[in-house]
Design a protein around this ligand. Structure first.
Ligand SMILES: Nc1ncnc2c1ncn2[C@@H]1O[C@H](COP(=O)(O)OS(=O)(=O)O)[C@@H](OP(=O)(O)O)[C@H]1O
Ligand SMILES: Nc1ncnc2c1ncn2[C@@H]1O[C@H](COP(=O)(O)OP(=O)(O)O)[C@@H](O)[C@H]1O
Length: 188
């Protein structure tokens, strides 16, 4: 096999990269920055954005424990299909429950599809300052209940493949750390 062929194989290895964390932690921003880098290197990438998924394949689901579990399993199913077919599936989705995340990991392992769990571990104080969608303010004003990390659970990953402290990094640095992990694992 020539070097060019080896390079080609690397580029066409799919993987799911799940970015879990609180609202406003930086999941979506890191996913799109990473997507740009991977695409610039010729890789096929899809970002399975939580909001888009909830508008379509998870339409009708709310934020109860059961609905969040169903949402995460559906996204895990699609991500694995994409990743199995050579796509980098980047998933910026809260996935607050450890058992839901574990089921997604197991689906990938069963199919021998690479799976990386990234914990975007921005503290809730920083997230509520950022408050990109105004949800923390709404919760504080009593207009919303069941906000992850405030009055709804977030079970922190105990052994993620990578933990990102986004409050101490630029977006570029955070995305670069995920890219470096993919490279280390022979996936980028
Ligand atoms: N109650 C409550 N708790 C958490 N998040 C809420 C809630 N209500 C609406 N939103 C918005 O929906 C986005 C979360 O959807 P996800 O599909 O990522 O969540 S989950 O994994 O099913 O828990 C989430 O997006 P991100 O801010 O990008 O994380 C929120 O904008
Ligand atoms: N290192 C970083 N990584 C990601 N986002 C960051 C970082 N530093 C600051 N931010 C900012 O934090 C916000 C995160 O919002 P977003 O990506 O929508 O979060 P989430 O998808 O987790 O809800 C954005 O305004 C982004 O510019």
């Amino acid at each position: 096999m020539t070097n060019d062929q080896i390079q080609e194989n690397h580029v066409t290895t799919g993987a799911t990269v799940w970015l879990t964390g609180l609202p406003s932690a930086g999941k979506t921003t890191i996913a799109y920055e990473l997507a740009d880098r991977l695409r610039a290197g010729g890789q096929r990438v899809e970002v399975l954005d939580g909001d888009e998924i909830r508008a379509f394949i998870s339409a009708g689901l709310g934020f109860s424990r059961a609905d969040r579990h169903t949402n995460v399993q559906r996204i895990g199913f699609v991500a694995e299909l994409l990743a199995r077919n050579g796509v980098k599936a980047l998933v910026p989705v809260i996935a607050p429950y450890a058992d839901s995340r574990e089921a997604v990991r197991e689906r990938h392992e069963k199919n021998r599809t690479p799976y990386l769990e990234i914990h975007v571990a921005t503290p809730v104080e920083v997230c509520s300052e950022r408050d990109v969608k105004g949800l923390y303010a709404k919760q504080a004003a009593g207009e919303l209940t069941g906000l992850t990390g405030v009055d709804d659970p977030y079970q922190e990953p105990e052994a993620p493949d990578l933990r990102i402290e986004s409050q101490h990094q630029t977006v570029q640095e955070s995305a670069a750390s995920v890219y470096a992990l993919l490279s280390e694992r022979g996936l980028a």
